[in-house]
Design a protein around this ligand. Structure first.
Ligand code: ADP
Ligand code: MG
Length: 272
């Protein structure tokens, strides 16, 4: 793992590795201006926070081609909670990664916050991602050598904030997710449910437009799973962030604003 920036917190200076949580890894360059052409994607100016059109994804494995996504159109409103369901291997994670700009589609466009994202260079996209989207994964992917507070500060620090600036919103979010007294613990000292709440706080710290969660409760028991989903609902309503959640839990999926079922590379049900 690359070591790309130094964190100074509480008098300690340590090298932090690139965040594996989808945040940018290149923090050395100054902010990149986005040209006007980046603001002319298909969903620009029409009230959608995200608009995806004609998304396909083909994996090449030698002479075997796997068409995982075969033309996905999807629009997401500000503050909307969308769940994505479907059998294992159907392409849920692939779709989530493309919508969240972690991966590029074979064909198709994604407009996020009025920006035609795949027209950006990798470097521009990394910066845009850090500012615009958040991620929560099934396994928390917190950095083990840092405390909960430091983990939540991380996306802000990567975005160029000083430690003192990053600490305040990180603290507030940890309080909001019920972890006021666990801020200085490392991930290994937290329960699975607590670790996921830290991961949710980290996903929200840059006030992203959309948070993508890939089976965030897949590793939790029923009670913690329900609590995590309720927390996500609550935060989305409070902060107006859209959430796109891949889940196997149909009961929780039905509680979202919209449930999308993937089958054979396409959206089988759900209003687009
Ligand atoms: P889900 O999240 O619905 O379980 P995935 O999106 O992870 O499904 O995977 C969809 C299909 O794409 C699976 O058959 C998987 O094996 C395949 N796949 C995923 N990533 C890659 C990759 N990097 N290279 C080749 N095949 C992949
Ligand atoms: Mg998956």
């Amino acid at each position: 793992m690359n070591e790309t920036w130094e964190q100074v917190d509480g008098g300690k200076t340590r090298k932090a590795p690139c965040s594996p949580a989808g945040a940018v890894c290149d923090q050395s360059s100054p902010p990149l201006p986005l040209s006007p052409s980046h603001f002319q994607g298909p969903g620009a100016g029409k009230g959608w926070v995200l608009s995806a059109q004609g998304i396909t994804k083909r994996y090449d494995a030698g002479d075997r081609k796997l068409d995982v996504l075969k033309g996905i159109d999807l629009k997401i409103r500000k503050g909307e909670i969308i769940s994505i369901v479907g059998p294992s291997g159907v392409g849920k994670s692939t779709l989530l990664h493309i919508l969240g700009t972690l991966d590029r589609p074979t064909e198709g466009e994604v407009t996020l916050d009025s920006t035609n994202v795949f027209s950006l260079s990798d470097e521009e996209l990394a910066r845009f991602r850090n500012e615009t989207v958040g991620f929560v994964f099934q396994f928390h992917r917190l950095l083990p050598e840092f405390t909960a507070l430091e983990n939540v500060m991380m996306p802000r620090l990567i975005g160029g904030a000083r430690a003192a600036e990053a600490r305040k919103p990180a603290r507030e979010l940890l309080e909001r997710v019920g972890l006021s007294d666990r801020m200085h613990n490392r991930p290994s000292e937290l329960s699975g449910g607590e670790q996921q709440r830290v991961a949710v706080a980290r996903a929200l710290v840059n006030r992203p437009m959309v948070v993508f969660a890939d089976e965030p409760s897949g590793n939790l028991d029923a009670a913690n799973s329900r609590a995590l989903h309720e927390l996500i609902w609550d935060l989305s309503r409070s902060f107006g962030q859209a959430f796109v959640i891949v889940t196997h839990n149909l009961e929780l999926a039905r509680n979202s604003d919209r449930m999308i079922r993937l089958a054979d590379g396409q959206i089988a049900s759900g209003t687009v």
